[in-house]
Design a protein around this ligand. Structure first.
Ligand code: CS2
Ligand code: MG
Length: 402
């Protein structure tokens, strides 16, 4: 088998997506997600200018060799742009291999380890009242696990909270919009939010919370400790993860489980946190962490240290990534949970999918490959439009973590 054509498809059916399509001389093709939110065009260039010409003529069955060729061969290893490009190639090649084997991808990975995949969705509101309503709606939709974010009294804008009447979508402007942050007000407020949710909805529903890298380790220790009575499934990205020693301090202070990794792109980003048992869940996903090939290695390493997988699944990860992630989740023995922010109807008219939601759980479907396809003709109707993630400042104007 030979690769004869590779296309980079950029479209914006409500938000920007980059998709890689690899076509073989036998007529089989595979699809991979290459979307890097707010920096999409850099991956397009990485693929079009360098990777695509290298792939033409190669045997698509040699997934491992192609992965190593692109990773080692660039000389410049790792980084979100390169690893997203490699992930797109890798996902498309696994799709081809599964189609050639006439199997759904999870079968090729080793078969399923579970009957269904628990996902968590988002509930957010401008204040506690409206957030409680959003939690109730998510429960009514069948979700068993819910990420709860709320506007903070006295703070103008808060991470994770949608503008009135809209679904939450972080990349909201041509140039970065600016949000405001107060650690003090947040730390005083967050335990009250979770107390209210537990009081109204009881102990059975899994609750998650995303701190979005905004605290210092000692502040995260305080938050984790104060949230302990509400038994969170996890506290996500409590601190910026460049200085991983910081997690030791968090661990000394709290038993609230910790999740990290949506911005990681390599097994080396995860290695020390896993081996020192400083986190409980790794949130790296197919599209940003080098595809199925590397994510599988991360999961195997994690499994030795009681760490489970909890893939990132915001709307900027396209249905192609979601499809591949669900096959991975179906197989991976040390699965924790999968994030799910629903894509719009428009997005799902461009991307067709085999995966199905039922009562809080997904199944990846029995279609061969990863089961997600793109309608290239329709995609052309929705051209790219630059959309940036916000930046975040403290109340005195200091640029902070977003
Ligand atoms: C978030 C994301 O889903 C999450 O946990 O942290 O919404 C994140 O902000 C975006 O995916 C950034 O692209
Ligand atoms: Mg997050």
């Amino acid at each position: 088998m030979k690769i004869v054509d590779v296309r980079v498809i950029v479209c914006s059916p409500g938000r920007n997506f980059v998709t890689l399509k690899i076509v073989t001389d036998e007529g089989l093709y595979g699809i991979g997600d290459a979307t890097l939110n707010g920096r999409e065009k850099s991956v397009v260039s990485y693929l079009q200018d360098y990777v695509v010409p290298m792939l033409i003529g190669k045997d698509p069955q040699r997934i491992e060799d192609i992965w190593q060729y692109l990773y080692r061969g660039a000389y410049w290893r790792r980084g979100p742009v390169a690893m997203t490009a490699i992930a797109a190639v890798d996902t498309a090649l696994w799709d081809i291999k599964a189609k050639a084997a006439n199997m759904p991808l999870y079968q090729l990975l080793g078969g399923r380890s579970r009957d269904k995949i628990m996902v968590y969705t988002h509930a957010n509101g401008a204040d506690i009242e409206s957030t409680l309503d959003a939690v109730g709606e998510a429960i009514d939709m069948g979700y068993k696990a819910i990420r709860v974010q709320s506007g903070i009294p006295g703070v103008k804008s808060t991470y994770g909270v949608a503008k009135a009447g809209h679904k939450y979508e972080p990349a909201d402007a041509d140039l970065p919009s600016e949000t405001v942050w107060s650690t003090e007000k947040y730390l005083n407020f967050a335990p009250k939010l979770f107390q209210a949710v537990r009081e109204q909805y009881g102990d059975d529903i899994h609750l998650l919370h995303d701190v979005h890298h905004r605290l210092t380790p000692i502040e995260a220790g305080r938050l984790g400790k104060e949230l302990e009575p509400f038994h969170l499934f996890w506290m996500e990205d409590p601190v910026a993860a460049e200085n991983q020693d910081g997690f030791k301090l968090i661990r000394q202070h709290t038993t609230t489980p910790i999740a990290v990794g949506e911005v990681f792109n390599s097994i080396h980003d995860c290695q020390a946190l896993i081996q020192n048992q400083l986190v409980d869940y790794i949130r790296s996903t197919v599209v940003h962490a080098g595809g199925i090939t590397q994510l599988r290695r991360i999961a195997d390493l994690a499994s030795l240290y009681h760490v489970r997988m909890g893939s990132h699944g915001a709307t900027d990860l396209s249905p192609v990534c979601m499809g591949a992630a669900l096959h991975f989740d179906f197989w991976v023995p040390n699965f924790g949970i999968q994030e799910h922010m629903p894509h719009s109807e428009l997005m799902e008219s461009v991307f067709t999918r085999a995966y199905q939601f039922d009562d809080g759980y997904f199944t990846p479907g029995e279609v061969v490959g990863h089961g997600v396809d793109i309608n290239e003709e329709l995609a052309k109707k929705y051209p790219y439009k630059r959309a940036c993630l916000p930046v975040n400042r403290l109340e005195d104007g200091t640029l902070w973590h977003w």
